[in-house]
Design a protein around this ligand. Structure first.
Ligand code: URA
Length: 239
């Protein structure tokens, strides 16, 4: 969470007191004086000391294996949402999803109360990688691999960054392919639109990685808290 928000919450400081704490060099992260009020901190990753007192954050980080049929939204009149999958004791209104998976897409979704981390993970300049496994209703070819590497242009003219496409298996009789695709941005319906631009339709889609996070064998529909090791791998994205 933002350092100034944490100080305000824990020490009930006014804006004036906050300024004074920073100006006097009384705010330290990992023993170093900081003047960055907006710094994203988590006491699992940083030692946060303010006027000689250690402050603790209480952010939540969950890795969810989203099932298809569930929407990435806070509320939905018709469908279950990703937040409905959480046990009441794990839910918090502060939780946000790091990106949006379509209703029919399965797989890895990070839910966290650390909104600043989500903003940074999704920011295009960060180029966070996302790996998808897709079933496509056509034979995917080496020409498709080259087109994805060169940068796909959507039918509306939008250009995508270079993406890494691998063909896993092709069923020539059924005219279906299983592929793995790594992209470094997150446009709306990106994977489906990339294949549509090649005249092919995605018929099943699953996200298996996001940056350093991996879905692994987490059963679809379940979730777990991030481990400390996983959180440490996300530290480079804490601004
Ligand atoms: N690309 C898509 O087309 N859909 C998703 O849900 C995620 C990426």
């Amino acid at each position: 969470m933002r350092l100034d928000k944490l100080i305000e919450e824990k020490l009930n400081t006014s804006k004036k007191e906050m300024k004074r704490l920073f100006l006097r060099g009384l705010v330290k992260i990992d023993g170093q004086v900081t003047y960055s009020e907006s710094q994203n901190v988590d006491s699992q990753l940083h030692q946060i000391e303010v006027a000689g007192q250690n402050l603790e954050t209480n952010e939540k980080y969950y890795l969810l294996a989203k099932p298809s049929g569930v929407v990435t939204a806070n509320k939905d009149a018709q469908h279950q949402t990703v937040f409905d999958l959480l046990a009441p004791e794990d839910f918090s209104p502060a939780l946000v999803a790091a990106g949006r998976l379509d209703r029919d897409t399965q797989g890895l979704l990070l839910l966290t109360s650390n909104g600043q981390l989500v903003y940074d993970l999704l920011h295009p300049v960060k180029k966070v990688s996302k790996t998808y496994l897709a079933k496509v209703n056509e034979v995917v070819t080496p020409a498709d691999i080259t087109a994805f590497a060169d940068g796909i242009e959507f039918l509306d003219g939008t250009r995508c960054q270079s993406a890494q496409l691998k063909i896993r298996t092709v069923d020539f009789s059924r005219k279906e392919s299983d592929v793995e695709l790594v992209i470094f941005e997150g446009k709306f319906h990106q994977v489906k639109k990339m294949f549509l631009a090649r005249g092919k339709k995605v018929i099943a889609l699953k996200r298996v990685t996001m940056g350093p996070l991996e879905l692994g064998d987490l059963p679809i529909g379940s979730y777990r808290a991030l481990t400390l090791a996983e959180l440490q791998q996300l530290k480079p994205y804490f601004r």
